[in-house]
Design a protein around this ligand. Structure first.
Ligand SMILES: [Zn+2]
Length: 283
């Protein structure tokens, strides 16, 4: 917010900051795309989509599950599985401190919730990552939970939907152990696919790196929310590496759809209906 204010006229900057200080932070949210102030209640009622410009804010895993499934049909799998610090990782924060911090902030044990549920009466296996938990990154537990969920779907001949939102990709705190989850989740999806079953991957802002390079890009159908950042390496790093300006909209859902990586871009309000229709046609 402060950085944005720097680009405005100094006079207005002072007024804006002063106003913001008087404003209870838990009542209003400023849209990062159009800078509109949105009353939090209105934002929640609008499925966390900006009322002015349709910017899609990140959504918690449980809110997403609630928005996609029939009431009281979600049975969570592996709810108590949690990460251990095998590598004794020490950075600015230790891995265990980071897990503890994000667990308290999100009331989650890990960056994904998986389970069996129903969507308009149709049974399915659903996994939803939560980008508030270590950027939705995939460590051993996220990889294992996804794999177990897909394996249950294969056994019970059910379709799988995974909603991804991970700016973190493979979790650096777990080094090569997190990279191995890419192969493991991909192998589970391959077996699900060999059994002739449907996997729909839903990409939300942002889905990057090791998550995009494994299960998230392996959907029979790949659906994305509007303007979501989707790719492997971020645009800034690519630009610095190739010393060229990237095209407008590079790595956004719409751009990725034009270039064949994504099948359909769907507004959050139409997501459930679209998924439901796809399950009905193809399952
Ligand atoms: Zn907006």
């Amino acid at each position: 917010m402060v950085n944005m204010a720097l680009f405005g006229k100094p006079k207005y900057t002072i007024v804006r900051v002063a106003k913001k200080k008087d404003m209870p932070a838990d009542l209003w949210t400023r849209c990062p795309d159009c800078a509109q102030l949105i009353y939090n209640k209105a934002l929640e009622e609008n499925l966390r989509v900006c009322v002015k410009c349709n910017y899609h804010f990140t959504m918690s895993a449980w809110d997403r599950i609630k928005s996609l499934t029939d009431e009281n049909t979600f049975t969570e799998m592996d709810a108590d599985m949690h990460s251990v610090d095998v590598l004794k990782f020490k950075g600015v924060k230790s891995y265990l401190d980071k897990i503890r911090e994000d667990s308290i902030a999100t009331s989650l044990k890990e960056a994904i919730v998986t389970g069996k549920s129903k969507m308009d009466g149709k049974p399915l296996i659903l996994g939803v990552t939560d980008s508030r938990f270590i950027m939705g990154s995939m460590g051993s537990v996220v990889g294992e939970k996804i794999t177990r969920a897909i394996e249950l779907a294969t056994k019970e001949k059910l379709p799988v939907i995974i909603v991804s939102g991970s700016g973190g990709g493979a979790r650096m705190y777990e080094g090569i152990l997190s990279l191995m989850q890419m192969a493991k989740t991909s192998a589970a999806i391959a077996r699900h696919n060999e059994a002739g079953l449907l996997f729909i991957s839903v990409l939300t802002n942002p889905t990057m790196a090791g998550v995009m390079a494994s299960f998230a890009s392996l959907g029979d159908i790949i659906v994305a929310e509007p303007k979501a950042l989707i790719g492997f390496t971020g645009p800034r790093v690519i630009e610095q590496t190739i010393h060229k300006k990237l095209p407008e909209g590079f790595q956004r859902s719409e751009f990725m759809m034009e270039h064949g990586m994504i099948d359909i871009v769907v507004h959050r309000k139409q997501l459930r209906e679209t998924l439901n229709r796809l399950l009905g046609y193809l399952n």
